[in-house]
Design a binder for this molecule. Structure first.
Ligand SMILES: NC(=O)c1ccc[n+]([C@@H]2O[C@H](COP(=O)([O-])OP(=O)(O)OC[C@H]3O[C@@H](n4cnc5c(N)ncnc54)[C@H](OP(=O)(O)O)[C@@H]3O)[C@@H](O)[C@H]2O)c1
Length: 323
């Protein structure tokens, strides 16, 4: 079945999603945006049939099946409430909400209205990770011991964008920590329960860089180092008894290098393509909506949101909406 997608927001990532929907042969039917003129330009660019004068019209349009939300983090909940209550399926950009309380409310709404709610997290859809997961589960590498994740980008202290602006729920944790934690959660056997962290704040008061140390009941451990003001490789390492696996550009990874403990020999595996990351996400979302197969990993999203919420609570770092 062909679904009618609507995009709420038409910024950087919405452009990528629109291209992916086109490449995938899915139907981007309509666009809603705070600035109407930008929605018109966006619609022209992608040949979109319908442009709403005001955002709220997207929720009452009965032709819309799936709403893709890609506005700043602190605006997600308002739109999730409206979309889910209106009975729309929702794919919402990371971080899906500000905290666990908001996410619980959204999940309840999705259940009540019998619709799919999912976070747009490419890590759950890349073929390389599906392949790795199968091999890990087969036991060929032995038990998982350690996960190490880095993600650092250099952003100027510019308050006109969302990265350091507390009023747009800026900060490293919600922007990039969510990727590292989603990767960790995907590969750890169970949710981490012991959590330690360190934070350095940006001049605006949001978290600029952080170090996180996690352990679960199986005693698998993970370290995460994130920064919005210092470039780092987007590298992940999974260490087992019999091998370690390195993944580069992990939010949209396509290649992994396996180094075997016994003799140091390396095996390179590739699967899928970085360029198609959003297409895999779209396919999984449409399959979840059709009821064919739910691979949207909302349970992991919930675990990750709880970890981020607990860590920020411990730091005493809250957004204006949370005070
Ligand atoms: N999955 C990924 O790989 C990925 C990559 C980048 C970003 N993201 C996520 O996607 C979201 C958007 O990021 P982006 O980089 O695309 O941002 P962006 O380019 O700045 O675009 C932001 C969009 O949100 C709208 N907007 C801004 N403030 C708003 C407000 N107060 N109320 C309603 N709408 C508002 C903007 O509308 P106007 O046209 O009116 O300004 C624009 O359409 C964030 O949640 C981010 O974390 C995900």
């Amino acid at each position: 079945m062909k679904y009618n997608w609507a995009t709420l927001g038409c910024g950087v990532i919405a452009n990528q999603l629109a291209s992916a929907l086109q490449a995938q042969g899915s139907n981007l039917y309509s666009v809603a945006n705070r600035t109407y003129e930008k929605a018109i330009t966006f619609a022209d660019k992608y040949g979109i049939e319908k442009v709403y004068k005001s955002i709220d019209e997207v929720f009452t349009d009965e032709n819309v099946d799936i709403i893709y939300i890609s506005t700043p983090h602190n605006t997600h909940m308002e739109y999730l409430r409206k979309a889910l209550t209106a009975g729309k399926h929702v794919l919402c950009e990371k971080a899906i909400t500000l905290n666990s309380d908001e996410l619980e409310e959204a999940i309840e709404l999705s259940k009540k209205n019998h619709v799919v709610l999912a976070e747009a997290m490419t890590i759950y859809h890349m073929p390389i990770y599906n392949q790795l997961e199968k091999r890990i589960k087969s036991g060929e590498f032995g038990p998982l011991q350690l996960v190490q994740m880095n993600f650092g980008s250099y952003k100027e202290y510019d308050m006109s964008n969302r990265f350091f602006n507390p009023k747009l729920a800026g900060g490293a944790m919600l922007d990039i920590g969510v990727y590292a934690l989603s990767f960790v959660r995907r590969f750890m056997s169970s949710v981490p329960t012991d959590i330690l962290s360190q934070v350095k704040y940006a001049p605006t008061g949001v978290d600029e860089q952080a170090g996180i140390l996690l352990k679960n009941k199986e005693e698998e451990m993970a370290t995460i180092i994130i920064s919005l003001h210092s470039k780092q490789p987007k590298r992940g390492t999974l260490s087992f008894d019999k091998a370690y696996v390195e993944i580069f550009e992990y939010p949209r990874g396509q290649e992994a290098i396996i180094t075997y403990t016994e003799d140091g020999h390396k095996e390179i595996i590739t699967d899928g393509s970085t360029d198609k990351a959003l297409e895999y996400e779209i396919i999984d979302m449409e399959n979840a909506v059709s009821g064919e197969n739910d691979n949207m990993c909302l349970a992991y999203t919930k675990d990750v949101m709880k970890i981020m919420t607990d860590i920020r609570k411990e730091w005493g770092m809250f957004y204006p909406e949370e005070i």
